[in-house]
Design a protein around this ligand. Structure first.
Ligand SMILES: *Cc1c(COP(=O)(O)O)cnc(C)c1O
Length: 373
């Protein structure tokens, strides 16, 4: 029996198979950078990175310098790109562990240069250009001068020119296509006939799956590695992606109650028949959102049972009147598969009014993880 009351199960075989599928989509000429920021979207950064490293992945994307350092300490070799600028104090770590920061401002570049020269090394930087994301990055017309500055500055070299698509999962493909044209034109303008051309990369999962023209030298999938489609609905239905995360608990108590019995805070549910209730040791402190109250199902003995009453901080009740065989200690699947039934990440996300990205981060980062396969 698992030692935890409530836990996340991470299926490493599914992770590997998603990785192989995405590599086949990316093709042989395109490097696959696995995005493992935010604890690998709740899946556990070190475990995921080591598993993908064993699969031959040699490029990783993190949001913080500290994450890059943790990867190096685990023996991860190859490219580690740090998406968010961490400030001057972290540059000694960047140099020591050969991390590649994303940059968009001169001050950043000069600070990296100083740290690299001081440490006697050369640091690759990825220049972020805002080609339509409307978030981080310099505007395209600033790129030529900036790239020139990078090549002139000691201790740094241009390892990449990157951008990010806001609408690769949109209904219309027009914006993404126009954006890619803009990206192409700025690359054409700066990457003439130099020897060492920086890696061009723009594609997230959606662009990788949907726009082969956006693959360039490297693709940066995150959510698809974890088996989720970037957008719910039919858009990526043909993608061979298997869910990696499941969320499980065990029945703590089973009891029979009469008709008219109020359940949990506020009595938002009252039994309409003599009922059997199962009490589960899981709640919103585990990321099982209170907004799911009276709306979500769980799986027990391969069948659906409705959750009833308010979800509390650590406790949740389900109605198992129609499932006679339920006993204390039985395994409950809150998200994932049991028998022929499945409660998908997308189902939970839709009920919460959010996207699968947020659900895996929330659940994965608030529960102990167990690795299988
Ligand atoms: C998070 C992130 C990605 C991955 O996006 P997905 O939609 O999860 O594939 C790619 N690139 C950058 C810069 C990111 O921050």
């Amino acid at each position: 029996m698992t030692p935890q009351l409530t836990w996340i199960e991470i299926d490493l075989a599914a992770l590997k198979s998603n990785c192989r599928f995405l590599r086949s989509r990316a093709g042989e000429k395109t490097e696959l950078l696995a995005v493992v920021k935010s604890e690998a979207y709740g899946h556990g950064m070190e475990e995921v990175a080591c598993c993908l490293h064993d699969e031959g992945i040699r490029a990783f994307g993190v949001s913080a310098v500290s994450e890059g350092v943790r990867l190096r300490r685990k023996g991860i070799s190859g490219l580690i790109v740090v998406f968010l600028w961490g400030g001057r104090d972290l540059l000694a770590d960047v140099v020591e562990h050969d991390l590649q920061p994303v940059v968009f401002a001169k001050e950043q570049l000069l600070q990296i240069s100083e740290a690299a020269v001081c440490g006697g090394s050369k640091i690759g930087v990825h220049i972020k250009v805002d080609t339509g994301m409307g978030r981080l990055g310099m505007l395209p017309d600033e790129l030529p001068a900036f790239l020139h500055l990078v090549t002139e500055t000691p201790g740094v070299y241009p390892a990449g020119i990157m951008s990010h698509p806001p609408l690769a999962d949109g209904e219309s493909t027009q914006f993404a296509e126009d954006q890619n044209q803009l990206f192409k034109s700025i690359l054409d303008a700066v990457c003439g006939d130099e020897d060492s051309v920086p890696l061009a990369h723009i594609a997230n999962s959606a662009a990788l799956l949907r726009f082969p023209d956006m693959h360039w030298d490297m693709v940066r999938p995150g959510i698809a590695i974890y088996g989720c489609r970037p957008l719910a609905g039919g858009l990526f239905a043909d993608a061979e992606l298997a869910p990696v995360m499941s969320f499980k608990t065990r029945v703590l108590q089973v009891k029979d109650v009469p008709v008219g019995f109020g359940v949990s805070y506020g009595h938002t549910f009252t039994t309409s028949r003599p009922s059997r209730l199962a009490v589960l040791p899981v709640g919103y402190s585990n990321g099982y959102s209170r907004s799911l109250s009276n709306r979500v199902d769980v799986l027990l003995h391969g069948r659906r049972a409705p959750q009833v009453g308010r979800i509390c901080m650590n406790v949740t009740v389900v109605d198992v009147t129609d499932l006679e065989q339920v006993r204390a200690g039985d395994e409950v699947v809150l998200m994932g598969r049991q028998g022929d039934e499945e409660i998908s990440v997308d189902e939970i996300a839709a009920l919460m009014g959010t996207i699968n990205y947020e659900v895996v981060c929330l659940l994965g980062n608030n529960n102990p993880r167990i690795y299988i396969n």
